[in-house]
Write a protein that binds this ligand. Structure first.
Ligand code: ADP
Length: 555
């Protein structure tokens, strides 16, 4: 026997057993119908005993018997097992005389004393032999052709009954599956916050999920929402939707649509703004079944969107106002600067004349003047000096805004050298110790930067603390595409509450009025502004002031 024949036989037997188990007959009670068929078989054969045998892998199971008590026995002992797989009807008038059946324990007396034996195999439509319908007697007997034909009919009936049992089992399983899957779908539909409404082809509403029931004000038990309980409106919130524009109607009669916006209104409840998506439902073969609509609540989205639109509009309006204010400010600033420039210029000349004549009087009439007159002349001269300084400060403020801006690579170390020269008297008189860290080359206007540093170092000296030697440190650190420059002193400091307003025009800290006019830092801010930078008073621990400002790096 070749290997392939063996494996074919094994495969065949596996399939046969699978078919047998698929019917789930073994170890299950036979029903009344099967018992009746076995009884009829005994009667047809004219014998007292008949059995319905099923052949398992190792045993013969007598599913139902008549005339004797059935039992399970080994497959190797079974008379039916000898030929049932041939699919042919077996008829042995006296088994004790048949060489194949005579040694069988059912014949020898070990299990029984069978003499007459006939069996109709039970073969499925797929060709799997499950067992046989067997009639037998302890005495020899005969069968005519009609009896054989009727016994074969009964075997067919038995298979039909098997098949019916199998089908009803499958149907029950399918029903359970369908029930489970329906439960799952129902749970999903109830859980989601999208309202789903479906109707059959005639437009009768069939399904409202939890969200739909809530939105339309339906009680759980209600099949249909009461028409007076809600209104559907167009997205404008004012125009009621005519019935033929209702989403379900549209989906049923004019095909699918996407994200159509509408409003669901109910008394006593806030309007709900929704987007509706509708689809007609069709069976696989194209038969129309109805339509489904999904409604998505976009109330919050739309509220946000409206708030955003309002904010945008407000911002745009404010932007316009701001632009107008800036333009106005620019215009008045330019006018002011022109005014300051002209006035300062026209004041300097007469002031020069006044102080010139005062000095002349003091020189020429030195001998004639009494002490009182000399003191008055000195006071007048110092007043003109103060006025000159104010005018110079105004002029330099005007220049800082008006002078042409000519940025170029400017070495801050060189600028500092010039500043030291400009302030040499003040530095020497105050005994100021300047510490200058290595400074970078920046992209700036040298004239304006000189004015800037002169003001800041000048202030550091001006507002020194008489209680300690004046120290001023200048340093710069790179910061991306710019440098942050620091001018730090150990002077009297600026109280924190003044730090924000100190760059305003004419702003001074109380008690320092005698030293200046409050124009220097405004001028500094202008210069830094023109370089696209920022100037501020830094917070620092301990006494003194640190001013920082940014300047663009070269390149
Ligand atoms: P001015 O020095 O001409 O008054 P500024 O605009 O330069 O004007 O300065 C404004 C005020 O800021 C000054 O009156 C002074 O009170 C304060 N201030 C500026 N720099 C310093 C500094 N380095 N230390 C202490 N106070 C300062």
């Amino acid at each position: 026997m070749s290997l392939s024949v063996v494996s074919d036989a094994v495969l065949h037997e596996q399939r046969r057993l699978a078919a047998l188990h698929e019917y789930r007959l073994l170890d299950a009670p036979a029903d009344d119908e099967l018992e009746a068929v076995v009884r009829v078989a005994a009667m047809v054969a004219g014998v007292p005993t008949a059995t319905l045998n099923l052949i398992d892998e190792h045993r013969q199971c007598q599913l139902t018997t008549t005339g004797f008590a059935g039992c399970d026995s080994a497959r190797s002992d079974s008379m039916c097992a000898i030929r049932f797989e041939t699919g042919k009807f077996t008829y042995i008038p006296d088994a004790s005389l048949d060489p194949t059946y005579a040694p069988n324990p059912w014949v020898t007396g070990a299990l029984g004393n069978v003499r007459f034996y006939a069996s109709a195999p039970l073969v499925t439509p797929e060709g799997h032999a499950l067992g046989s319908l067997c009639v037998f007697d302890v005495v020899p007997g005969v069968l005519d052709n009609a009896q054989i034909a009727r016994l074969q009919d009964l075997a067919g009936v038995i298979l039909a009954l098997f098949e019916r049992r199998r089908q009803s089992r499958i149907n029950a399983e399918l029903a359970i599956q369908a029930e489970r899957s329906k439960k799952f779908t129902d749970t999903v539909l109830e859980a989601i916050d999208v309202a789903v409404v479906a109707a059959d082809q005639r437009g009768r509403s069939r399904l409202f999920n939890r969200a739909a029931r809530e939105w339309l004000g339906m009680a759980a038990a209600e099949a249909e929402p009461a028409a007076d309980r809600y209104t559907l409106l167009a997205a404008d919130g004012a125009t009621p939707l005519p019935p033929d524009r209702a989403p379900l109607h549209r989906a049923l009669h004019s095909g699918g649509f996407d994200a159509s916006e509408l409003i669901v209104r109910r008394t006593g409840v806030d309007d709900r703004q929704v987007t509706a998506t509708g689809r007609p439902l069709t069976a696989r073969d194209g038969t129309p079944l109805g339509a489904v609509v999904a409604l998505h609540d976009v109330t919050a989205d739309r509220t946000h969107r409206r708030a955003l639109e309002r904010a945008h509009a407000e911002l745009a309006e404010r932007g316009e106002q701001l632009a107008a204010t800036v333009a106005e400010l620019r215009r008045s600033n330019t006018e002011l600067e022109q005014f300051a420039g002209v006035v300062s210029h026209d004041l300097v000349a007469p002031l020069g004349v006044v102080s010139g004549y005062l000095e002349l009087i003091a020189d020429v009439h030195e001998a004639d003047l009494d002490e009182q007159s000399t003191a008055w002349i000195e006071k007048a001269l110092s007043a003109t000096m103060r006025m000159r300084r104010l005018i110079e400060a105004l002029l330099s403020y005007a220049r800082a805004g008006n002078a042409p801006y000519r940025p170029q690579p400017t070495d801050l170390a060189e600028i500092l050298e010039q500043v030291q020269l400009d302030l040499r008297t003040a530095i020497a008189d105050s005994g100021t110790e300047l510490t200058i860290a290595p400074l970078p080359t920046v992209d700036g206007d040298p004239t304006l930067l000189r004015q800037l540093l002169q003001n800041l170092v000048g202030n550091a000296i001006k507002y020194r603390d008489p209680a300690r030697p004046c120290r001023v440190a200048i340093a710069a650190v790179p910061d991306g595409d710019r440098y942050t420059v620091t001018v730090a002193d150990n002077g009297i400091g600026i109280p924190p509450e003044h730090r924000d307003r100190i760059f305003d025009m004419f702003a001074r800290v109380d008690g320092t009025a005698a030293h200046g006019h409050g124009i220097g830092l405004s001028t500094c801010e202008r210069i830094v502004d023109r370089h696209g930078g920022r100037i501020r008073v830094a917070d620092r621990p301990g006494p003194g002031t640190t001013i920082t400002f940014t300047l663009p790096a070269v390149g």
